[in-house]
Design a protein around this ligand. Structure first.
Ligand code: PMP
Length: 425
């Protein structure tokens, strides 16, 4: 093939615009997960990598008929522009959803977004100047770190344990930031069934975290995609339920309905809400009316609470398969979290075993995971791997973990024979 016959994307190995990008674009790199998606999608590979919800569990025929009726009956609204704040009827239904976590919000306080990912981007856009400090759990959701990096934030990680964010560590991080003459713009936290750590902020810690943030005048961004996907008991009370001035709550229908509709939302104090609407307007004019009305119809005409119950049962079975397989197959020196909901287990590898270095060998053994390094702004976390159990069947999960355990055993043997790879001591 001549150079001219190749697609432009393959021809241009050297970027002629490299000196012309804004500084913020330099920090934009493909996440570890994106780079993995193409490989992990091959059918012979058990992917414990990407966090895709299991959509085959949705009643697709019923959803399809509902969408057909929506267009036939309300097409001139569903296919039209709308306001940047989002459809008023949908915002009312969102209040019903949040009531399950004791959040009492008015539809006026809600801004509809393109998934909660866009809310993260809009918040970064309105709050972050280059070099601004953001506090975030260690580890943190890779998509949030990507959004913050694209506005050149300096992320300071705050330690977690099996009960979530550690209040004393948060206190200390705020003190250290102040001692350096800085003030963090906000705390970014995922309190329920954390991505990637799989832990949940204990009920007793929630008022402590709020109290620390209130005393420091620190805004909290509560990102909560998995709160309704707990396997035991009732949903935890959201942080926003106890503080409607100091917390911006982010929700999404990606995990409880369908990720492809790309509908999420932010609940924010009035001043922040107004900025978010302006930022959304400049980004997209308005969000998809079609998607918003699809979700509104779904919440109005379909048994959505029953569906969430079905998702919970499905994911519980997969969580159990994951933990049982880890308990019986993982070699000594591995440790992992035991999630009470959500999609993720956070695996700590034995000393001297590096998740990133091991990945090509895992792929060759037909299992994929996400190395921990993507979840730390400073690139640490090499001893960790995120395992996501939402998509593969329990049998595939067991097979994937069997393969992974065998790869780790080989790594341990290599380590014992040759010592750890350079740079990871
Ligand atoms: N926050 C967290 C913690 C997530 O895990 C995800 C999805 N993986 C998102 C935000 C973004 O989800 P969406 O944009 O689909 O709502």
């Amino acid at each position: 093939m001549t150079a001219e016959a190749q697609p432009a994307s393959q021809r241009q190995r050297i970027d002629p615009y490299v000196g012309q990008y804004a500084e913020r674009a330099v920090g934009m790199v493909a996440s570890e997960i994106r780079a993995l998606f193409a490989v992990a999608a091959r059918p012979e590979i058990v992917s414990l990598a990407g966090g895709s919800p299991y959509l085959a569990a949705l009643p697709l025929d019923a959803v399809g008929s509902m969408i057909g009726r929506l267009i036939a009956d309300h097409g001139e609204v569903a296919l039209q522009y709308c306001t940047a704040q989002g459809d008023a009827g949908l915002r009312e239904r969102i209040c019903d959803v949040m009531a399950l976590e004791q959040v009492r919000a008015h539809p006026d306080e809600i801004v509809v977004t393109v998934g909660s990912q866009q809310a993260l981007d809009l918040l970064a856009r309105i709050f972050i100047d280059p070099g601004d400090v953001i506090l975030a759990e260690a580890p943190s959701y890779v998509g949030a770190l990507g959004a913050f990096a694209s506005y050149q934030a300096a992320v300071v990680h705050v330690a977690m344990d099996e009960h979530g964010l550690i209040p004393a560590a948060l206190d200390e991080a705020i003190r250290r930031t102040a001692a350096a003459g800085r003030r963090a713009k906000f705390l970014y936290t995922v309190p329920n069934f954390h991505n990637p750590a799989g832990v949940t902020l204990a009920a007793a810690r929630r008022p402590q975290i709020l109290d620390i943030c209130q005393r420091a005048g620190l805004l909290v961004i509560e990102d909560n995609p998995y709160g309704l996907l707990g396997f035991d008991g009732e949903p935890m009370q959201a942080l926003r339920a106890d503080d409607d001035e100091g917390v911006v709550y982010l929700g999404t229908f990606s995990k409880t309905f369908a990720a492809g509709v790309r509908v999420g939302w932010a609940v924010a104090p009035a001043a922040i809400r107004d900025k978010l609407i302006l930022a959304a307007e400049s980004a997209v004019l308005c969000h998809s009316s079609f998607s918003q009305l699809t979700v509104r119809e779904y919440l109005t005409t379909q048994p959505w609470l029953e569906q969430i119950k079905d998702f919970r049962e499905l994911y519980r079975e997969r969580r159990d398969a994951t933990l049982n397989a880890l308990d019986t197959m993982m070699p000594a020196g591995c440790h992992w979290t035991r999630p009470g909901g959500g999609f993720y287990v956070w695996l700590k590898l034995p000393d001297g075993v590096d998740a990133k270095a091991m990945l090509p060998r895992a792929i060759a053994s037909r299992v994929a995971y996400v190395p921990g390094t993507g979840f730390y702004a400073d690139g640490s976390g090499g001893q960790y791997a995120r395992l996501c159990y939402s998509f593969p069947s329990p049998d595939r999960i067991r097979e994937g973990i069997r393969r992974l355990a065998s790869v780790i055993e080989t790594e341990i043997e290599l380590r014992d024979d040759f010592g750890p790879a350079p740079g990871i001591r």
